[in-house]
Design a protein around this ligand. Structure first.
Ligand code: ADP
Length: 282
């Protein structure tokens, strides 16, 4: 069964897409604006006129200067914040699976629950029966390299292992869309590479649609099918760039001449906006 819905639960609208685009669209964002209205402070226009179609099964990364609204956009897609104006439509194809699962930079796992109890949270909430939940938890604990740590508490884990718990917790519910906000930003370079590779293989295997926020151009190039470049605040999608490298992609791809050239090119496109953002007030 397939269905469309807005993150806020309202009725979907027609977006005037062609039939082919319509079939392919997993996340459909039209003319979206988001403004923060902090108390006793001036309004902050975080996003303005954002248009984006993310295709089914696509890995899209969003890059842009700090403060341009990347996290805000992800949170709006997740339904955690409501657009000020404009619309978002998500295609929910399988009612047995949750539509979205977010992973954030900070580990956001519960210190008083063991690794396996953290991983199974979403399954308990969804009422998955005990045997099924046990086997899914074990599968994903193994898959992210946490076997043997099932009964450990987060306080006894390294940052990298905590982030593996957060990843397993998102994977275990087998969402249609993974929303990832700088999930590897707090990790050292080595571990980041290991988890990038694992993420790529899991995403390919399960054909997830992934919306990935990063400020790391090399990460965006290695992981994505397309990269959305955002302008300085108020953020809008400035450009969409196809990433042409074949799968499976290995870390050695970073040495490829075309990869290096694309990274330089991305940086030169972003540089002006990054300078503006660094000089402006947040
Ligand atoms: P990015 O993820 O690209 O760094 P964010 O989406 O976090 O950007 O923030 C976009 C803009 O909105 C920034 O200028 C930020 O300071 C502002 N902002 C974020 N959260 C709030 C908030 N709760 N209240 C007011 N302004 C906010």
């Amino acid at each position: 069964m397939s269905d469309t819905q807005t993150p806020s639960g309202g009725p979907p609208d027609s977006f005037g897409l062609s039939p082919a685009q319509e079939r392919d669209a997993k996340i459909d964002i039209e003319n979206l604006a988001y403004r923060y209205q902090p108390r006793r402070r001036a309004e902050v226009a975080a996003l303005e006129g954002v248009d984006l179609v993310v295709r089914r099964g696509e890995f899209i990364s969003v890059v842009g200067p700090s403060g341009c609204g990347k996290s805000t956009l992800l949170r709006v897609i997740a339904g955690l914040q409501k657009p000020t104006t404009g619309q978002i439509r998500l295609l929910h194809e399988d009612r047995e699976r949750p539509l979205v699962a977010p992973v954030f930079q900070e580990y956001s796992i519960f210190p008083w629950r063991t690794v396996e109890d953290n991983v199974r949270l979403g399954l308990d909430a969804a009422g998955v029966n005990r045997n099924e939940a046990n086997s899914r938890v074990q599968k994903w604990v193994d898959r992210v390299g946490l076997a043997g740590f099932e009964k450990a508490y987060p306080g006894n884990l390294s940052g990298g292992m905590k982030q593996r718990v957060a990843l397993a917790r998102a994977f275990v519910v087998e969402p249609e869309i993974l929303l990832m906000d700088e999930p590897f930003a707090a990790l050292d370079a080595q571990l980041r590479k290991v988890l990038q590779e694992e993420l790529l293989s899991i995403v390919r295997e399960h054909q997830y649609t992934v919306f990935f926020v990063t400020h790391n151009l090399d990460e965006a190039l290695l992981l994505s099918d397309r990269i959305a470049l955002m302008s300085a605040r108020p953020g809008r999608i400035r450009e969409l760039i196809d990433v042409p490298f074949e799968h499976p992609r290995k870390p050695e791809l970073r040495q490829d001449r075309q990869f290096v050239r694309m990274e330089e090119d991305l940086w030169s496109r972003l540089r002006g906006d990054v300078t503006v953002a660094a000089g402006g007030a947040q």
